[in-house]
Ligand binder design. Structure first.
Ligand SMILES: NC(=O)c1ccc[n+]([C@@H]2O[C@H](COP(=O)([O-])OP(=O)(O)OC[C@H]3O[C@@H](n4cnc5c(N)ncnc54)[C@H](OP(=O)(O)O)[C@@H]3O)[C@@H](O)[C@H]2O)c1
Length: 248
C-alpha cells in the first residue's frame, strides 16, 4: 500500500473567464457535481448572473479583469467570505488572436501575454499562497490549447502563452511536492466567441483532419476538467489533450 498523501477533491473552485464559452460550461458542470463555484470575467453575462441569482449560497460571480491584481485579490477575499476557502482553480480566461505575427502590434503581443500567461501565473500564485497558508491541499487546472503542441498560422503569440502555461504546469506540479495536483487540459478547436474568427474553410480542414469527425465540443472537455478537480487520481503535471486525435 502506498502511503503517498491524497489530495482531496475540490469543494470551492474559482473559474476565471466563467461567463461564456468553455468557462461557463465548466461552471455549470461543477455546480451540477455539487461544487461551490466562483466565476469572474470582465463582463458578467446574463447566463452567469442567472446562476448566481438562483444559487446565491453556491455561486459567486463578479466583473473582474484578470490582468488587474488588486481586483483579483479583492475577488478572492470575497469568495472566501461568501463560499469558504478556495481549494481549486481553473485558469480558463484568455484572449485569442487572429493575425499573422508580422502584422501583430507590440501592444497586442503584450496584451495576449499579459492576459494568457502573466495573469494566470499571478492568480495561481495568489490562490496557492492562501491554500498553503491554510494547510489546504488543492487542485489547479490550466486550460491551454492544442496550439501549444502544433503550429497554427495567425496564433503565434497565443500559442506561446499556452505553451508557457503547459511548461508552468509541469514545474509547479514538481514544486508543490504533491500538496496539490496541477494539470493542463488542452482542447482542440471548439465553437465559441474566441474561435468565431475561423472561416468555414479552416473549420472544414480541422474536421477533415479529426478522426472522430467533428470539432471538439465544450461538453467533451468539461468531464476531464471535473475529473482533475473532483476525482481521486494521481494525475499530476500532465497536459491532457481533448481533440479527437486531430493532432495525432
Ligand atoms: N475556442 C477554441 O477553439 C479553443 C481551443 C483551445 C483552447 N481554448 C481555450 O479555452 C479557454 C476558453 O476559451 P473560449 O473559446 O470559451 O473563449 P471565449 O468564449 O472567448 O471566453 C473567454 C472567457 O474569458 C474571459 N476573459 C477574457 N479576457 C479576460 C480578462 N482580461 N479578464 C477576465 N476575463 C477575461 C471572457 O470574458 P470577458 O471578455 O467578459 O472578460 C470569457 O469569459 C481559453 O483559455 C482558450 O484559450 C479555446
Amino acid at each position: 500500500m502506498s502511503d503517498s498523501p491524497l489530495v482531496p477533491p475540490s469543494t470551492v473552485v474559482l473559474v476565471s473567464g466563467g461567463s461564456r464559452g468553455l468557462g461557463l460550461a465548466i461552471v455549470t458542470d461543477l455546480l451540477d457535481a455539487g461544487v461551490r463555484v466562483a466565476a469572474f470575467a470582465r463582463t458578467v453575462t446574463p447566463e452567469l448572473e442567472k446562476l448566481a441569482a438562483e444559487q446565491p449560497d453556491r455561486v459567486h460571480a463578479g466583473a473582474v479583469d484578470v490582468t488587474d491584481p488588486a481586483a483579483t485579490q479583492a475577488f478572492v477575499r470575497e469568495v472566501e467570505e461568501r463560499l469558504g476557502p478556495i481549494d481549486g482553480v481553473v485558469n480558463n480566461a484568455a484572449v485569442g488572436q487572429d493575425s499573422l505575427h508580422v502584422h501583430t502590434s507590440t501592444g497586442d503581443i503584450a496584451r495576449i501575454i499579459e492576459t494568457n500567461l502573466t495573469a494566470p501565473l499571478q492568480l495561481t500564485r495568489l490562490v496557492i499562497r492562501r491554500m498553503l497558508g491554510k494547510g489546504l491541499r488543492g487542485r489547479i487546472v490550466n486550460i491551454t490549447s492544442i496550439c501549444a503542441q502544433r503550429g497554427f498560422p495567425g496564433l503565434v503569440a497565443y500559442s506561446a502563452t499556452k505553451g508557457g502555461m503547459d511548461a508552468a504546469t509541469r514545474s509547479l506540479a514538481r514544486e508543490l511536492g504533491g500538496r496539490m495536483l496541477v494539470n493542463s487540459v488542452a482542447p482542440g478547436f471548439f465553437a465559441s466567441e474566441m474561435s468565431a474568427v475561423l472561416g468555414s474553410t479552416q473549420l472544414d480542414q480541422i474536421v477533415r483532419r479529426t478522426p472522430t469527425g467533428h470539432l471538439t465540443e465544450p461538453a467533451e472537455v468539461v468531464p476531464v476538467v471535473r475529473m482533475l478537480l473532483c476525482e481521486q487520481t494521481n494525475i499530476n503535471g500532465q497536459v491532457i489533450v481533448v481533440d479527437g486525435a486531430a493532432s495525432v
